[in-house]
Design a protein around this ligand. Structure first.
Ligand SMILES: [Zn+2]
Length: 122
């Protein structure tokens, strides 16, 4: 799939809920294939997803860090835990960490990005 077509479909396919008659098409299958296997398309999708979440990927060491922080940035009710978050940023300690899903807000702090290996800034 060409990147230009992927960009067009990205605008359509990211508006949820997506009706079954759309996601059962060959074009949607090609879109998903490009999303997972074409680096340029994958990055376009991640940038879109990050922007929709209100984050600026340029503030992070890499697009993957920003992409995975979207889950952590989702607003939660008091004492609610987001079990989908694989990385978190603790504002009070100004550090990144891997959440421990033990029912609390614990995490293992990390000093290097798990995706790009960069030393993380506080
Ligand atoms: Zn990184």
């Amino acid at each position: 799939m060409k990147v230009k077509r992927f960009k067009q479909l990205l605008k359509i396919y990211t508006k949820l809920p997506l009706p079954r008659e759309i996601w059962e098409t060959e074009e949607h299958a090609q879109y998903v294939e490009a999303l997972h296997n074409d680096k340029e398309c994958s990055e376009l999708y991640k940038k879109h997803y990050i922007k929709e979440a209100g984050l600026n990927y340029k503030k992070y060491c890499c697009i993957d860090m920003a992409y995975h922080l979207v889950e952590d940035a989702k607003p939660l009710k008091r004492d609610e835990i987001n079990y989908d978050a694989v990385i978190r940023y603790c504002k009070s300690h100004k550090q990144f960490g891997i959440p421990i899903h033990d029912g609390g807000a614990s995490y293992v702090s990390i000093r290097y990005c798990p995706w790009c290996g960069s030393k993380l800034k506080k």
